[in-house]
Design a binder for this molecule. Structure first.
Ligand SMILES: CCCCCCCC/C=C\CCCCCCCC(=O)NCC(=O)O
Length: 569
């Protein structure tokens, strides 16, 4: 009798849970449909607005590079409203091709009109970014807009205020005008979510634009924005920038506001995401960061941010530097084109008088495993629970349901998991407070070890690949984690790092790759994804210690100027 009652109660419990879950998913599907309809209306609004400007005039304005655009806005040759319309048109075209825009920010028109009327006052002094339209990754708060992070459960939860960086941009005279696409949960270098769908690479639409700031990279590469703001906790600015042939930069965490910002995993301790710029060339990133760091208001608003101005002495210095380089980080061998990218950069930097010496990444397997542990923070539980409460298209599946199993099963699995590199990662994921403390200790120790390794060679900076393979096809990123090891390292040790494109994939790279020894499915994917990608851009990465951001920018500029692939003023 008791057994019968217990069994009925259990069946009842699980049935109710399953029905609740089903109903929850149905509600989310309704929200997704509503958002698609609202988005159509939003795009129509943008179209009606940009069609008020003559198309030839729009083309003329949006073709202007950043510096020229700023100058034309400053001297009144063009106005903020027509500039906004010109970029709305270009962004609309870019999103027709790649699905890079989530929504147009409708308040942008009001901001542009306000700037236009202010500029009529002869006593008005134009702020430095007067009238420049800037694109913003969807996860960054813009007042009255959702930051869904690609979760349908976050639809219709508009932000009450702007993030500090969006507020700062407005203070500087810029016009945030679009929210751009990202992968659900942000912890991917793909760019797909159930709310806004998949963004494609503008250079090959069968491939991803990179992520998580992939909407930004596609939009900027297509000229739909002269400056985009993304976020990076494992490569999410640098990877999309390098996949789309543009420049991207992430600072160390102290030099970016942390107060009030969204995070893929809230409460994460040592791996903090940072906001940073993506643009057609590094000069634009430099100019933006100069304004960002010289604006004392930002540190007043985020009182935890050290008030360090743009260090012109570091940036302008002509002193030769000692720079370490590597072509293989020892964790994931990169496609040959990335090795070539490092070698041409090394030669160019030598020609400029710098000293270049080989460098080895300490304990690469350990490095990437503790990165995954630090980036997911709680053994993947928050991530997997959040995903389980949403509607996940196959290409968005992060594929780690193990995190939701009871810890004793996970402890068993981590002993016997067949794949070596996956097992190493699983072994580092913490399951209780003791393991979590140890994880933090390992990250601190690794930072120390890395700094000592750099000091032993007296290095100022490091040059290395920006990624391990060309932009993979849609659906691949979440099944090819290891390729992100080249960017992830510099989040783990909280360095400044940036990327600029320096070459393209060539047919001989593919031939060379066939010789690569493959240990597991990750290696095999590197080989298959590197096929048929001739002509796609390849970037190099440069990293420097925290508070040496300006030195990193100096080197990126030197590289871009001497060998930059698409260096255009
Ligand atoms: C087989 C073991 C699976 C372990 C599960 C690990 C889950 C994924 C963790 C790390 C993946 C890293 C990919 C890098 C993507 C870049 C993320 C990023 O920078 N996001 C930006 C942000 O969060 O703001």
């Amino acid at each position: 009798m008791w057994v019968y009652l217990a069994l009925t109660a259990m069946i009842g419990y699980f049935l109710t849970k399953a029905i609740d879950h089903y109903n929850h998913r149905q509600r989310l599907k309704v929200l997704i449909k509503q958002r698609a309809a609202d988005r159509k209306v939003n795009f129509e609004w943008a179209k009606n607005n940009f069609e008020k400007l003559d198309e030839n005039r729009a083309v003329e304005i949006s073709a202007k590079p950043f510096a020229e655009l700023r100058e034309a806005l400053k001297n009144g040759e063009i106005g903020p409203v027509e500039t906004l319309r010109a970029f709305q048109r270009k962004a609309y075209e870019a999103t027709e091709k790649t699905n890079c825009v989530c929504l147009f920010i409708q308040n942008a028109l009001e901001t542009a009109e306000k700037l236009e009327s202010l500029s009529k006052d002869p006593n008005y002094s134009k702020p430095p970014l007067f009238g420049v339209p800037v694109s913003i990754k969807e996860s960054i708060h813009v007042k009255q807009m959702d930051s869904t992070l690609g979760y349908s459960q976050n639809i219709n939860k508009p932000s009450e205020s702007n993030s500090l960086s969006v507020d700062q941009l407005i203070r500087l005279g810029a016009i945030p005008f679009v929210h751009t696409n990202l992968p659900i949960a942000l912890l991917s270098y793909g760019c797909s979510n159930p709310v806004y769908g998949s963004t494609s690479n503008p250079l090959d639409t069968s491939r991803v634009p990179g992520g998580s700031s992939g909407g930004e990279s596609a939009l900027v590469a297509l000229g739909g924005s002269v400056l985009g703001i993304g976020t990076d906790v494992g490569g999410s600015i640098r990877t999309p920038a390098s996949f789309c042939g543009i420049a991207g930069f992430k600072s160390s965490s102290d030099r970016s506001p942390q107060l009030g910002k969204t995070a893929s995993i809230p409460g994460r301790q040592l791996l903090l995401s940072v906001e940073g710029p993506l643009a057609k060339n590094i000069d634009v990133c430099i100019e933006y960061l100069r304004l960002k760091w010289n604006d004392s208001d930002l540190c007043e608003k985020d009182i935890y941010m050290p008030p360090v101005r743009f260090q012109e002495d570091q940036f302008e210095s002509k002193n030769p530097l000692k720079i370490g380089f590597y072509v293989n980080d020892g964790y994931q061998k990169a496609s040959p084109a990335y090795e070539r990218a490092v070698r041409v950069t090394v030669d160019a930097l030598k020609d400029l008088g710098h000293q270049l010496v080989p460098f080895e990444v300490p304990h690469p397997d350990h490095m990437y495993s503790i990165f995954c542990a630090g980036a997911t923070a709680d053994g993947g539980l928050f991530l997997m629970n959040s995903l389980a409460m949403d509607v996940i298209p196959p290409e968005c599946n992060i594929g780690f349901p193990v995190a939701r199993l009871p810890h004793w099963i996970q402890r068993l699995l981590r002993k016997y998991w067949p794949n070596r590199r996956e097992r190493q990662i699983i072994q580092e994921l913490p399951h209780d407070t003791e393991e979590m403390r140890k994880m933090h200790e390992k990250i601190e120790d690794y930072r120390h070890e890395f700094v000592l390794a750099m000091r032993a060679k007296n290095l100022d900076a490091i040059v290395c690949p920006s990624f391990a393979c060309p932009p993979p096809h849609h659906g691949i990123p979440n099944r090819l984690l290891s390729a992100s090891s080249y960017t992830a390292l510099y989040n783990l040790i909280d360095f400044a790092a940036g990327t600029v494109p320096v070459t393209v994939h060539l047919p001989e790279d593919e031939a060379e790759l066939r010789k690569m020894k493959t240990e597991d499915s990750w290696d095999r994917k590197i080989v298959t994804e590197s096929k048929d990608c001739d002509g796609l851009p390849v970037a190099v990465q440069i990293a420097t210690p925290p508070f040496r951001e300006e030195m990193c920018l100096r080197l990126l500029k030197e590289v871009e100027t001497s060998i930059g692939l698409y260096h255009k003023k």
